[in-house]
Design a protein around this ligand. Structure first.
Ligand code: ARG
Length: 576
């Protein structure tokens, strides 16, 4: 049930009846409950065309629009707004249907092929916090799109190719005289550092590293075998993180930079043939007048270095062509930090000129801000190093465990461990998901693990509250009678909110902004707490029909919280 879409429909029908075609149909949420839940604001814009006063037009629309089933009161306000008050009967009926539906009343969207490029760590090093946001936000977006019925193709565009691998392979080939690859690479950070020191200081090592690059790119078998060993171990490291994070990426989703290697020469040939790439000081470049500087000089986008080497950009052009052509993507979403925004803007302009995508196919870079420490600077370890993801996640679980143990509970040891895991990981993920992704955000253990406010523990706790309510009432949520009637204003407010789930989900799918879903779930949990205080269920003297109606509403709260948290990749608990 998408209330907004339904209202837009009904108002466009009304406008058509008045002879108005193609006019915008602006329907928005009302700012205050006394103005109803929604507002139609289109009358003012029609004044000129219809040569009437906006208020008169609004009155006319109120007469014509068919909303008797949905609304019990339409009122014209101010210069010509129409306030829409949703009726209790209609809301109750919609809540009943949502409760009977596994999809909670959320309709499937018309199906699209959607490529989502996310996580995409560089395999030369261990996954660090820089890849946390793309991994978590990307996975939530993917789950929301799949829930809406889209075909989602995950693309983990891992950085598994490039010059630094020459240095790593040269070092690895020496080490393998003594150890097996897994041992040599047990700590990728150390391994990288050792290789770098040799590269900078050891005579002849840099030359060997360069030879390795040439051999690797030339397809030398021994060299490729060594490379495969390296990336296999490195991928295993990232898989460990994915598992701990409860992220849905698997090996099958990997389509690393190396996968495009054979196509890069074709990309350049194509760009040259179309006159898009031209030679400039030995390199192949594309001039982009659309992105000129103040003096009018076009931006320069290099696609091949003067020595013949290819770049990140070349690979992204090949990836674009593959996704649009072979994978038939209607939309391509790429999640990286905001510093890459210009790169993707340029890539899109160049790729579109080259015809690597159809006009109808979208290319959407979804940028996000940085994760900052409590000092407001990029998040680092106490000694200033990059924070390894695995270690950060382990710390989260440990901290959550301590907090839970301090609380009053009757959990067994095993249950406590499970709660610690789900709360700890949930807290880290939610802290990230709940912020508007385009801004930087400050990583703070205390606020993310708090049981108050817009946090995972608060929502997980709200869910267990509903569950324990049902245990106390001794009612089975799945087979209870469903007959809802809304009387109190807290019931009304809660019902409206619960029926806005689809609106929220479709916004998240359009904008790749899970924080909207977080805010929504927080509002649902808070509205439930208010309702719970005001509308008793288990007190003596409550009519059975009132009790059952309220329990049914609570069941819809539980289902909504569970579905919403699952889409965000956060697990729920029966008790905590
Ligand atoms: N590996 C890159 C990084 O860590 C991100 C890749 C994003 N995807 C892409 N198609 N360029 O910054």
């Amino acid at each position: 049930m998408n209330i907004h879409a339904l209202l837009v429909n009904r108002f466009s029908e009304a406008l058509q009846k008045m002879g108005v075609e193609d006019a915008p149909v602006p329907v928005s949420r009302s700012a205050r409950p006394e103005f109803g839940e929604y507002q139609f604001n289109g009358a003012m814009a029609l004044a000129k065309q219809l040569r009437q006063k906006p208020r008169d037009i609004a009155e006319k629309i109120v007469e014509i629009v068919e909303l008797n089933d949905v609304s019990n009161k339409l009122e014209v306000a101010g210069p010509g707004f129409i306030n829409i008050h949703l009726s209790d009967e209609w809301l109750a009926g919609q809540c009943e249907s949502a409760l009977a539906d596994k999809r909670l009343g959320v309709a499937e969207a018309s199906k699209q092929n959607i490529v989502v490029d996310y996580s995409s760590p560089n395999l030369a090093k261990e996954m660090h916090v820089g890849h946390l946001r793309t991994t978590i936000i990307g996975d939530a977006v993917v789950k929301v799109l799949e829930f809406l019925g889209h075909k989602v193709i995950r693309q983990n565009h891992m950085g598994d190719w490039g010059t630094q691998f020459g240095m790593l392979l040269a070092h690895l080939s020496d080490k393998l005289q003594e150890e097996v690859a897994e041992t040599a690479l047990s700590d990728l950070e150390d391994f990288y550092r050792e290789a770098k020191v040799r590269f900078d200081e050891e005579d002849g090592f840099a030359d060997r590293a360069r030879e390795y690059v040439v051999k690797l790119q030339g397809g030398d078998e021994q060299c490729l075998a060594l490379w495969e060993k390296f990336i296999d171990v490195s991928i295993t490291h990232s898989e460990e993180v994915y598992k701990k994070l409860n992220v849905s990426l698997t090996r099958d989703d990997i389509m690393g930079e190396s996968a495009y290697n054979d196509d890069l020469a074709n990309v350049i040939a194509d760009l040259k043939a179309k006159g898009i790439a031209v030679e400039d000081q030995g390199a192949q470049v594309v001039f982009i007048p659309e992105l000129a500087d103040k003096e009018g000089n076009p931006a320069v986008y290099i696609v091949q270095k003067s020595g013949g080497g290819y770049l990140y950009a070349t690979t992204d052009l090949a990836a674009m062509r593959y996704r649009s052509g072979t994978l038939n993507a209607d939309r391509t979403l790429i999640l990286t930090d905001a510093r890459q925004a210009l790169h993707f803007k340029q890539t899109e302009i160049v790729g579109r000129k080259a015809g690597f995508m159809l006009e109808t196919q979208s290319y959407e870079h979804c940028p996000f801000g940085m994760m900052l420490g409590s000092d407001g600077k990029p998040f680092k370890t106490r000694t200033g190093g990059t924070v390894k993801l695995v270690e950060l996640l382990d710390e989260a679980i440990e901290r959550a465990g301590k907090l839970i143990a301090e609380r009053d509970n009757d959990l067994s040891e095993a249950e406590l461990n499970e709660v610690a895991y789900k709360v700890g990981i949930g807290a880290v993920k939610y802290a990230d998901l709940s912020k508007n992704r385009t801004t930087d955000y400050m990583f703070n253990w205390d606020s993310m693990l708090s049981f108050e406010g817009n946090t995972a523990p608060y929502l997980q706790y709200a869910y267990t509250r509903v569950k324990s309510l049902f245990r106390k009432a001794n009612v089975d949520m799945a087979s209870m009678p469903v007959d809802i009637s809304l009387v109190e204003k807290q019931e009304h407010a809660l019902a409206v909110l619960l029926l806005q789930f689809e609106e929220v989900i479709s916004m998240v799918s359009r904008e790749a902004t899970p924080h909207i879903l977080c805010t929504y779930l927080y509002d649902v949990a808070s509205a439930f707490m208010t309702f719970y205080e005001a509308c008793p269920m288990l007190k003596d003297g409550i009519e059975p029909s009132v009790r059952d109606s309220r329990l049914a509403l609570s069941a819809l709260v539980a289902n909504t919280l569970e579905k919403g948290l699952t889409l965000l990749g956060i697990e729920t608990l029966e008790k905590m």
